[in-house]
Design a protein around this ligand. Structure first.
Ligand SMILES: NC(=O)C1=CN([C@@H]2O[C@H](COP(=O)(O)OP(=O)(O)OC[C@H]3O[C@@H](n4cnc5c(N)ncnc54)[C@H](O)[C@@H]3O)[C@@H](O)[C@H]2O)C=CC1
Ligand SMILES: O=C(O)C1=N[C@H](C(=O)O)C[C@H](O)C1
Length: 240
């Protein structure tokens, strides 16, 4: 497949390695201040563009790729206030867009496990729930996109928390997400249920960025011949 990379940072480089190993061709890379490349024949020839940039630039990148009729796979976090605009572009303009807050298989299994645990815990109000996430010091957004997806699943399935809050314990209707930034940590997410008697913790600990990158390349392969807004639920049959 002909793949373009929008964002040639930590994830862009990791994705390039996996894409080449899987026999794909990288036809174009676009990083900061290279927007002219969106109009190039190389970019226009891409069968999918994989976008990992920054919260502020993601939306513009999607629009530019759509203008060239190139399907987009994106993992950039922190831009979801514009989600409806992108869903509308898929529906009304026939664009293809695949989004995941986390592309790794392990985290998507973890989402399903956490949703199931929350459903069980809806019957046991003696347990309070909180979350923790740890990432490298370069990360721009907090909490992580993964933590927000986990929190949304818990709110939906637990039924006794109304919203999540960042680093703010105390209000019993709020699910606290505690954020840590340390060294070069690729990503650790923990969900903790605690009663007076005991605690139950489930953790996903990424060993590297390989799992995220493989998932993004698999998603690009999955978009072939498809239109509309796609996600991991479409690619994997994991979420209850
Ligand atoms: N969904 C997932 O599975 C994962 C998501 N991420 C997310 O992906 C994003 C990028 O992560 P990293 O690669 O670690 O960051 P990074 O900072 O290493 O790389 C981002 C790259 O995008 C470039 N960039 C910034 N603005 C741009 C623009 N307007 N056009 C083109 N390029 C631009 C930067 O110069 C940089 O090279 C973050 O939002 C992060 O949270 C990261 C890992 C996994
Ligand atoms: O910025 C990162 O590195 C990561 N970002 C994603 C997120 O915000 O959840 C996914 C992963 O945890 C790594």
């Amino acid at each position: 497949m002909k793949i373009a990379l929008i964002g040639y940072g930590k994830m862009g480089h990791e994705i390039e390695k996996i894409a080449l190993q899987r026999g794909h061709e990288i036809v174009c890379t676009i990083d900061l201040n290279e927007t002219g490349k969106f109009d190039s024949p190389e970019f226009r020839s891409a069968e999918a563009a994989i976008e990992f940039t920054s919260p502020e630039s993601a939306l513009q990148n999607y629009r530019r790729a759509f203008a060239a009729n190139v399907p987009v796979v994106s993992g950039t976090t922190g831009w979801l206030e514009h989600l409806n605009e992108i869903k509308a572009a898929c529906k009304n303009e026939g664009q293809t867009f695949f989004y995941a807050s986390n592309f790794s298989l392990g985290v998507n299994i973890f989402y399903a496990l956490s949703n199931y645990l929350a459903k069980i815990m809806s019957q046991f109000p003696d347990y309070d729930v909180r979350m923790e996430e740890t990432h490298h010091i370069h990360k721009l957004d907090a909490p992580s996109g993964t933590a927000i997806t986990l929190a949304e699943g818990i709110l939906e399935n637990l039924g006794r928390k109304e919203t999540w809050s960042l680093n703010k314990a105390g209000n019993e209707n709020e699910l606290e997400i505690k954020v840590f930034r340390e060294g070069e940590v690729p990503g650790i997410h923990t969900v903790i249920y605690e009663s007076e008697a005991d605690s139950i913790r489930i953790t996903h600990d990424a060993k590297s960025r390989k799992g995220f990158a493989l998932g993004a390349v698999l998603a690009a392969e999955f978009t072939k011949g498809k239109k509309g807004f796609l996600g991991m639920k479409d690619m994997l049959n994991l979420h209850p």
